[in-house]
Ligand binder design. Structure first.
Ligand code: GLN
Length: 486
């Protein structure tokens, strides 16, 4: 029987009523993996054996009616930069090919506590650097809606496996758009939580001041249930926010009558996001959403965020600078790959030259340059000042507006190979998502329909810090139930 096309919420009801078992659900999803994986290549590794045990344990919880949560028995995938103990964590890089995690990431630990079934580790751009999943050292993932197109990135494997029914939901990470952009390319919901709300312990660092673990699922409600599970203070992460998920605005009833909550809210559409370069079908999808919200009693206004034009430059300097420092640890001594036994600089050089891909090397070079004496003030420091300006623009906007509505990406999914030789064109696909990471606020991408060529379209909602559940509540109004890929 097929269950893979249902949301976690629908499956939860079937599981609780014992209409299906977690073991049956897992087999249905694994059958779908067999059917689709040859085309899609969403996974770098499957965790079938442990998943089967977890599904049996979940069934035991249902039988005993003990410790049942919304995620118990739900097949969930994990991006391959998030540690699952005793399984490989490669970050889709050759340099970590042989590396297995000695511990669970906090988010993974919490999923397991809630009884989720972890099905596999998903493909991604190497070290989460990229927007198309083509920077994986293990070959690209394909968009399940059109196999000649990219699924987006860097969490392309997580988005593709949810869209194709190879998992019910997934964890991803978002440094500049890596959850929201692939979610919009694949027609699923993607949540980048407020910075600090989900522990980064066990997430391999790319740019620590921007990275955030979040959820990809078939509905805003499902994303909310994942956030409830993985969020909250963690002493193992020094940047973790001292806040309980249950204290967040709109948390208790984020799924009850969302339509009522939108009345009299003022929602801004930043004019800077709607200019040329934006695909006309995406633009009209955003305007259509504005009409839907207006019909429910919201007031929609055009607003200006003048510093947004600097966001991309600030991001690529900041993220690359942090990456150059974070990736210094891959030297052949401590982790994964080691080329040559020579215990001198030659071994470092050979290991790093052969272990890292082209884009990762480009970022390390850019970041090292931006941090070097003589350029530090002109580049890195300037990027930090600009980051503050971007944050101030949002702070000011949120004094009046409850939410912002924008496109998630300038275009629908592009063709595989179309942008690989033009890094700047690739960087531009995150132009609408990056400012959110710079400001540390939450962003949500929801699927709202399809382009004339049959590709999914997404819109983005942005809220002030810790208003993650407000986003999910409004997202649930706008989302068009994600159709299953044939
Ligand atoms: N595409 C952006 C980059 O390449 C964002 C990546 C991400 O969010 N991890 O840096």
């Amino acid at each position: 029987m097929k269950f893979w096309d249902k949301t976690a919420f629908e499956l939860h009801k079937l599981l609780v009523n014992r209409e299906i078992s977690a073991v049956e659900l897992l087999s249905s999803v694994l059958e779908r993996v067999n059917e689709k994986e040859g085309d899609v290549h969403a996974y770098l590794c499957l965790m079938e054996e442990s998943a089967k045990k977890q599904a049996e344990e979940a069934d035991l919880r249902f039988r005993k009616k003990e410790r049942i949560t919304a995620l118990t028995g739900i097949p969930t995938a994990v991006k391959d930069n998030i540690c699952v103990q005793e399984y490989p964590t490669t970050c889709a890089s050759k340099i970590l090919e042989e590396f297995s995690s000695p511990y669970h990431a906090t988010a993974v630990e919490k999923l397991l506590d809630s009884g989720a079934v972890l099905i596999g580790k998903t493909n991604m751009d190497e070290f989460a650097m990229g927007s198309s999943c083509e920077n994986s050292a293990y070959g690209p993932t394909r968009n399940p809606w059109n196999l000649s197109c990219v699924p987006g990135g860097s969490s392309g494997g997580s988005a593709a496996c949810v869209a194709s029914g190879e998992a019910v939901s997934a964890l991803g990470s978002d440094t500049g758009g890596s959850i929201r952009q692939p979610a919009s390319f694949c027609g699923v919901v993607g949540l980048k939580p407020t910075y600090g709300l989900v522990s980064r312990y066990g997430l391999v660092a790319f740019a620590s001041s921007l990275d955030q673990i979040g959820a990809l699922a078939k509905s805003s409600f499902d994303c909310g249930k994942i956030l409830e599970c993985i969020g909250g203070y963690d002493p193992k992460d020094s940047t973790s926010a001292q806040i309980q998920i249950s204290d967040l605005e709109n948390h208790d009833d984020f799924y009850d009558c969302p339509e009522d909550k939108i009345k009299n809210k003022i929602i801004g559409i930043p004019e800077e996001f709607m200019r040329e370069g934006l695909d006309p079908e995406i633009k009209s999808a955003v305007l259509q959403c504005a009409l839907t919200l207006e019909a429910l009693g919201a007031r929609i206004e055009e607003i200006h965020l003048p510093s947004l034009k600097f966001a991309l430059s600030s991001y690529y300097l900041t993220a690359s600078a942090e990456a150059s420092s974070n990736l210094a640890r891959y030297d052949g001594v401590r982790y994964g790959l080691r080329i040559s036994k020579d215990q001198s600089g030659k071994m470092f050089k050979a290991t790093r030259s052969q272990g890292f891909g082209k884009e990762v090397k480009r970022r390390i070079l850019l970041g090292t340059y931006a941090l070097s004496s003589g350029y530090y003030e002109a580049l890195y420091l300037k990027a930090q000042k600009v980051r503050q300006l971007v944050k101030q623009d949002f702070d000011k906007a949120f004094q009046k507006y409850s939410l912002l509505l924008t496109p998630t990406c300038p275009t629908p999914a592009f063709k595989i190979g179309e942008k690989v030789s033009d890094p700047l064109a690739m960087y531009l696909s995150d132009i609408y998502t990056i400012p959110v990471n710079l400001a540390g606020i939450p962003g949500l991408s929801v699927p709202v329909g399809f382009s004339s060529s049959g590709l999914p379209l997404g819109v983005q909602l942005i809220a002030p810090q810790f208003h993650d559940f407000t986003l999910l509540s409004v997202g649930s109004i706008l989302e068009k139930p994600s159709q299953p890929v044939p």
